[in-house]
Design a protein around this ligand. Structure first.
Ligand code: AKG
Length: 258
């Protein structure tokens, strides 16, 4: 039987919008993923997103600027290698997602589905945002699964979270034109002070709700940070036809009775 969330973890996810499971991925799986990711980064194997593409603060201004070809994401993790497919569909992940999303869960190939890389020399700052802002599903109920392939702490730009923000409503003027939370807005200041750092060790997994506000700083250490991220939805919460969320077919996860 795969392990599942205990009652405390489930309560925390409902209340805070996230839960961290320590040491969930076996060390051998993490090591294999790191090897593949580093090899694909070195080539680099397409498709990738460059830091430049994000246009976030600190990102190189163009592909030809110094650091312009720094990879930010190795895209389409699911199609890259069996190690990512096996992880994304593993019984440990499926069992927990069924607790959060219902009996039939599917992996979105259109969102996240990547190896996030944070390069020490050319990383950028990600401001407060919730992932659902550009996603189109029947309901705003998706869960992302973030696996650390190395230690993640504030100095190398780990995720920062605003616990409980997935349950909050925001006025239009609390967000900027790109749907980032405005740090200069009086109504946001107290909330931003509640931030916690999602510090992870290699093999730890963060489950977080698509409405949870999160942010991250630059990598100020000497080593590249690598994390594998997949997003899931209930089978009865499909992407809206014709949107970017429906651009690639979702993949059904194993059911509980298998
Ligand atoms: O690692 C980061 O800088 C943040 C990534 C993130 O929040 C995202 O891609 O949605």
């Amino acid at each position: 039987m795969p392990s599942t969330f205990n009652k405390t973890e489930l309560t925390q996810f409902q209340r805070d919008g996230y839960a961290i499971v320590r040491n969930l991925a076996p060390a051998a799986t993490v090591a294999r993923m790191r090897d593949v990711a580093l090899q694909h980064l070195a080539e680099p194997r397409l498709p990738v997103e460059y830091e430049t593409d994000t246009q976030y603060p600190g990102a190189p201004v163009s592909l030809d600027a110094p650091g312009g070809r720094t990879v930010r994401r190795l895209l389409q993790a699911y199609a890259r290698d069996a190690v990512f497919r096996e992880w994304a569909l593993s019984l440990e992940i499926a069992a927990r997602l069924r607790q959060l999303l219902g009996a039939q869960v599917a992996l979105s190939q259109a969102h996240h589905n990547c190896i996030m890389t944070k390069n020490p020399a050319y990383s950028s700052v990600t401001h407060w945002h919730r992932d659902i802002r550009y996603w189109s599903f029947k309901r705003s109920e998706l869960v992302s699964v973030w696996l650390a392939l190395g230690d993640e702490q504030v100095p190398n730009g780990c995720l920062l979270l605003l616990p409980g923000s997935h349950r909050m409503e925001f006025c239009a003027d609390q967000l900027d034109a790109a749907q980032f939370l405005r740090a200069d807005h009086d109504g946001n200041r107290a909330l931003i002070k509640t931030q916690i750092a999602a510090e992870l060790r290699a093999g730890d997994v963060l489950f977080f709700h698509c409405r949870l506000f999160h942010a991250a700083g630059r990598n100020q250490t000497a080593a590249t940070k690598l994390s594998v991220v997949h997003t899931y939805h209930a089978a009865n919460n499909p992407p809206l036809p014709g949107t970017r969320s429906a651009a690639l077919p979702s993949v059904a996860l194993p059911r509980g009775d298998m």
